[in-house]
Design a protein around this ligand. Structure first.
Ligand SMILES: [Zn+2]
Length: 583
């Protein structure tokens, strides 16, 4: 008995041999069947998104049909070129699984798949994966990929020897290409304006989005592996403030995670998520910068960019080809230490001493490999004491890389006794939670960051008062987060189309009186400039200026503290931002 499922035509009609051939699936059936399945079932989020964009039912239908024909053609071209023995079925299976996983994450979090999102996925760690798992994932994968996988593997493909198969593949690919061109021509007007107005749609087309991202990443990676980093600040030296007999500076740079500006109490958020920082601000030595743009919308881009000598538009958002801030500080003779409470430093700390918070299983703060951010302060004195004593005597820069508000498991980011906003969402399926509970869980993570920064500031103040060092702290988050605005969750939307929730980040700076004196910075002046637009571009140069590291790499125009340094105060007592005088 023959089953006549679409994938399962037995190959007998074309066989001239009389010996019985095993039941096989024709290449054309497999290619077109899979292309149609991937286009329709494998792209449900895309069709839903286009349907939700509005317009008349006829307009929406014609857009979906045009886009569908385009996608079917493109996927069939790809599959036709891959129709080789031992290649087709594994690759086709991978594409099915990719489409299924993408569908899950698009549905759950409204994410789209672009090269940086894929890079993120490839650099993620077990903890992050665990946070993202839910029962909905296997169900979606089964529904999207189960049936075609079974049909694909139940009998072999009817493939020929090399040359005839090459000819057949070429014919299929040409036919598919013709469909693609025809679809593009017929629906050009509608599709062109759709793609112009909704750039995210191009990253929603499964599985081509992932194929494209993978090729881009591979091309990006290849030449760089053999190219050493270009040196930066090879002239770096400590400035005049180190020549005087003075206390060494100790700067802590806290790199926040997924904290967005609008939920930061200091920025005027309706909820007081930052009560401790507000107290420090009231004492006068802490400044909140209220208009700070991130370099990227994910850690993979933003973290290296914060430390890059290049601005975002110069390529600071690309994989690093240059040394970074930490290399320059170390070259100038300072001691540098990176303490990580997340998935690593993305290459930034490779050439300086570094440690993981979870290296010490701090009771009450660490569970397995996962720690609350407070664990980074545990034993920090000892970690600093273990640095090179000569460097340490000159000055120290410590980076604390937070877990911050890393989602979707926001509820894990604060201990039970530090949750001012309840009830909170405890599910990783964010769209399942009432919106207020989701915001509660997120705000609790911000409130815990406030507490962590408070602890860090107290520790720094204690070190300053013990007479050891002139201490300071700069906190800036790597990127923001979407909490369901416009159906978006998490972060990682391509920068050009990212909402402000993902690109505006909180930033504060605190300087002990000793460091203010040493660096000549006026807190009064900084407060006056606190609303000036800044970005991650400014961090590299501002830290070099603050630490008085002299190098050609230091650009005054990108040093956020320049207008408030003793030198420029003396030079130009007028307020920055006043129109420049000509002549
Ligand atoms: Zn991040």
């Amino acid at each position: 008995m023959q089953l006549s499922l679409p994938f399962a035509f037995p190959r007998h009609a074309s066989s001239s041999s009389s010996r019985p051939t095993p039941a096989t699936t024709r290449t054309s059936t497999a290619v077109w069947g899979l292309a149609l399945w991937l286009t329709s079932v494998g792209n449900l989020p895309l069709w839903q998104r286009i349907d939700a964009l509005g317009g008349s039912p006829a307009q929406r239908l014609s857009l979906i049909l045009g886009m569908g024909a385009l996608l079917t053609g493109a996927i069939a071209v790809l599959l036709s070129l891959l129709a080789w023995p031992r290649v087709f079925r594994p690759v086709a299976s991978a594409l099915l699984l990719v489409a299924a996983f993408n569908t899950h994450f698009m549905w759950q979090y409204g994410v789209v798949i672009d090269p940086t999102m894929l890079a993120n996925v490839l650099h993620t760690d077990a903890r992050e994966v665990r946070d993202l798992l839910s029962w909905a994932l296997p169900v979606t994968v089964l529904l999207v990929a189960g049936l075609p996988l079974w049909l694909l593997w139940r009998r072999p493909l009817a493939l020929r020897s090399a040359w005839p198969q090459a000819g057949r593949n070429a014919v299929h690919a040409l036919a598919a290409f013709a469909l693609l061109v025809l679809a593009a021509m017929l629906s050009y007007q509608g599709l062109a304006s759709l793609m112009r107005n909704h750039k995210d749609l191009r990253y929603m087309a499964n599985p081509l989005n992932t194929v494209y991202a993978g090729v881009r990443l591979a091309v990006d990676q290849l030449p760089r592996q053999v190219r050493p980093l270009q040196p930066v600040g090879d002239d770096a030296a400590l400035g005049a403030s180190y020549a005087r007999p003075a206390r060494p500076p100790l700067l802590v740079l806290v790199i926040g995670e997924t904290a967005r500006a609008q939920n930061f109490g200091l920025n005027g958020y309706a909820r007081n998520t930052t009560p401790a920082l507000a107290r420090w601000q009231a004492q006068g030595d802490l400044v909140n910068f209220s208009d700070v743009g991130a370099c990227g919308t994910n850690t993979q881009v933003s973290l290296p960019c914060i430390f890059s000598p290049l601005s975002r538009t110069q390529g600071g958002n690309k994989p690093a080809e240059h040394e970074n801030l930490l290399d320059v500080l170390q070259r100038a003779g300072l001691a540098v230490l990176w303490v990580d409470n997340q998935s690593g430093c993305k290459g930034v700390c490779d050439r300086v001493p570094h440690a993981f918070a979870s290296d010490r299983a701090v009771p009450g703060l660490c569970q397995g490999s996962e720690c609350l951010d407070g664990a980074m302060l545990d034993g920090l004195d000892g970690r600093i004491a273990a640095l090179d004593p000569q460097r340490r005597a000159r000055g120290v820069v410590v980076v604390l890389h937070q877990m911050g508000s890393h989602g979707p498991a926001y509820a894990h980011r604060a201990p039970a006794d530090r949750k001012p906003f309840l009830p909170e969402c405890t599910s990783v399926t964010l769209s399942d939670c009432p919106h207020e509970q989701l915001v509660n869980a997120y705000d609790n993570s911000i409130a815990y960051t406030d507490h962590f920064l408070d602890q860090t500031l107290q520790w720094l103040q204690a070190r300053a008062e013990r007479g050891g060092e002139d201490t300071g702290l700069i906190y800036v988050s790597d990127h923001g987060e979407s909490l369901g605005e416009n159906g978006l969750y998490l972060h990682g939307v391509p920068y050009a189309i990212a909402p402000v929730q993902q690109t505006q980040v909180p930033m504060v700076a605190w300087f002990s009186p000793g460091l203010q004196q040493r660096s000549g910075l006026s807190m009064h002046c900084l407060r006056e400039h606190a609303a000036d637009p800044l970005s991650h571009d400014h961090i590299f140069h501002s830290v070099l200026g603050l630490m008085d590291v002299q190098t050609r790499a230091h650009q005054l125009a990108l040093d956020a503290f320049t207008p408030c340094s003793a030198a420029s105060q003396a030079r130009a007592p007028a307020v920055r931002g006043a129109p420049a005088h000509s002549g």
